[in-house]
Design a protein around this ligand. Structure first.
Ligand code: ZN
Ligand code: ZN
Length: 235
């Protein structure tokens, strides 16, 4: 997800839709967790813009997320260690660890890391603009209180991007993998005291109709849409 033109939240395959110029504008990447669908394009991104940038791209994440990148991706075996290339004192990327609960400010925009309940250490993000507009992105999660309490601390939320990985047919699997299915997401959504626009994400394309149908039945009064590729929001 691209915020303005210079910050990414996660770095999955969608980053491949950006032009080289758009990739070169990215200065910060906030990672929710280390799973491949959230970091897959990071090695190719830093390699693509290697010669174009003056200062390193800052990769923000939990210590466990950064450690996983160092050990399992940028380990010279899978990909070179771009935190040391082209030269150690002027690398193409640098790591910035944060803890759940931390708020990182980037040119007037606040990125708050919120602990989630997934199979590896994971955060979601609440992002607030200098004008006070805000959105939240759950990342991957299953049932939790932490996210809902964190967003309820504020008086408003304009937009919520919410994961639902599975339809109810796969409820057992969703619990094992620590994702939401329609039922568990709807149960948790009742904890939200604010009224943002809501878009669902992270399900497989062939599951989307099933999930939207289930949620319409469970929450007939609430308009919940499906996030589409290349969708833009103005807050
Ligand atoms: Zn995951
Ligand atoms: Zn995922």
């Amino acid at each position: 997800m691209l915020v303005d033109d210079d910050v990414l939240i996660d770095c999955g395959s969608g980053v491949g839709d950006l032009t080289l110029d758009e990739m070169a504008n990215i200065r910060h990447v906030f990672l929710t967790h280390s799973h491949l669908d959230h970091v897959a394009f990071l090695p190719l991104l830093v390699d693509s813009i290697f010669e174009r940038i003056e200062d390193p791209i800052v990769i923000h994440g939990l210590p466990a997320t950064i450690q996983a990148l160092r050990e399992h991706i940028f380990n010279w075996a899978i990909w070179p260690d771009f935190a040391k290339l082209p030269v150690v004192n002027k690398p193409v990327m640098s790591y910035q660890e944060h803890m759940a609960g931390d708020i990182c400010e980037v040119d007037g925009r606040k990125f708050e890391a919120i602990p989630m309940n997934h199979i590896v250490p994971t955060v979601g993000y609440r992002v607030e603009s200098a004008q006070g507009k805000s959105f939240a992105f759950t990342g991957d999660t299953s049932t939790n209180d932490s996210f809902w309490q964190a967003v309820n601390c504020y008086s408003s939320l304009d937009l919520l991007l919410l994961e639902v990985a599975f339809s109810n047919e796969y409820e057992a699997l969703s619990n094992t993998a620590r994702h939401y299915c329609s039922n568990t997401m709807v149960e948790d959504l009742a904890k939200l005291k604010l009224n943002p626009e809501i878009y669902l994400t992270h399900h497989k394309p062939e599951e989307s109709q099933q999930i939207i149908g289930e949620i319409k039945k469970l929450l007939p009064q609430r308009e919940i849409k499906q996030l589409k590729n290349n969708q833009r929001f103005s807050l």
